[in-house]
Design a protein around this ligand. Structure first.
Ligand code: 13P
Length: 247
């Protein structure tokens, strides 16, 4: 399994930000892990050009479940693929919260992504209230069951555990808490898709930064990270790529 360091730029970045991509691939021409940036959709084609010939992959941050049609403002998986994306983040908690996305919608998007030749990065995670109420595993299990397409393969799926309360807050779960959730996800996935689950990359996301990356990557069943804020700067994301390459 090739570990994956994925950056989610969220709604940040104009063409000037592509200098960070260039700096990243210059500093890390041949990392031992896979390296991915998911810029805003408006930048994917330019980012693909800036990263041409390098080891950096590109992804989208969402796609529509339909291949085309009357869906003003939306983007299809095939359009992302055509622009140069290989992955697409789906069901991020910000989309679940801002746009009311349900597990069923996330699953439909994941199927559309797979049909277009993209690898979906399906996000799950509990709120702080849910963790405090002891519901973490129940919430994540239901999200996983509802969002992951049946028949997913190891190469055709990535799952990201992103506790909502750890996103952009500087707070992270303890290492045993991360280990508990990742072991649970691996097991639950095995019930859903069988032996392929062993090869699905399970990413941790939520306030990953250069100073905590190595200890998080040492947790069993953590196969990489989905990084928000720290992915915007080549130096920070590069340090995370280096930590994952060394893990
Ligand atoms: P931060 O790394 O900024 O906490 O964001 C995590 C995230 O939401 C990545 O998808």
């Amino acid at each position: 399994m090739r570990k994956l360091a994925a950056g989610n730029w969220k709604m940040n970045g104009t063409p000037a930000a592509l200098a960070e991509l260039t700096a990243l691939v210059t500093a890390h021409p041949d990392p031992a892990c896979e390296m991915l940036i998911c810029p805003p959709a408006t930048l994917i084609a330019q980012a693909a050009w800036a990263a041409r010939g390098s080891r950096l992959g590109l992804g989208g941050q969402d796609c529509h479940a339909s291949a085309s049609g009357a869906h003003t403002g939306d983007i299809s998986a095939a359009m992302l693929k055509d622009a140069g994306a290989a992955y697409v983040i789906l069901g991020h908690s910000e989309r679940r919260a801002d746009h009311g996305e349900t597990d069923a919608q996330v699953q439909a998007k994941a199927l559309a992504a797979q049909a277009a030749g993209l690898v979906p990065i399906v996000c799950v995670g509990e709120t702080e209230a849910q963790r405090d109420a002891g519901q973490t595993l129940a919430v994540i299990g239901a999200q996983l069951d509802g969002s992951v397409p049946e028949g997913a393969t190891a190469a055709g799926l990535v799952v990201a555990y992103e506790p909502v309360w750890a996103i952009g807050t500087g707070r992270t779960p303890t290492l045993p808490q991360i280990a508990e959730v990742h072991a649970f996800l691996r097991n639950r996935l095995a019930h859903r898709i069988g032996p392929e689950a062993a090869g699905v990359r399970l990413l941790y996301g939520g306030s990953v930064k250069p100073s905590n990356a190595a200890e998080i990557f040492a947790v069993p069943d953590v196969d990489g990270a989905l990084v928000g804020g720290a992915s915007l700067k080549a130096a920070d994301f590069g340090a995370i790529v280096a930590a994952l390459s060394a893990a």
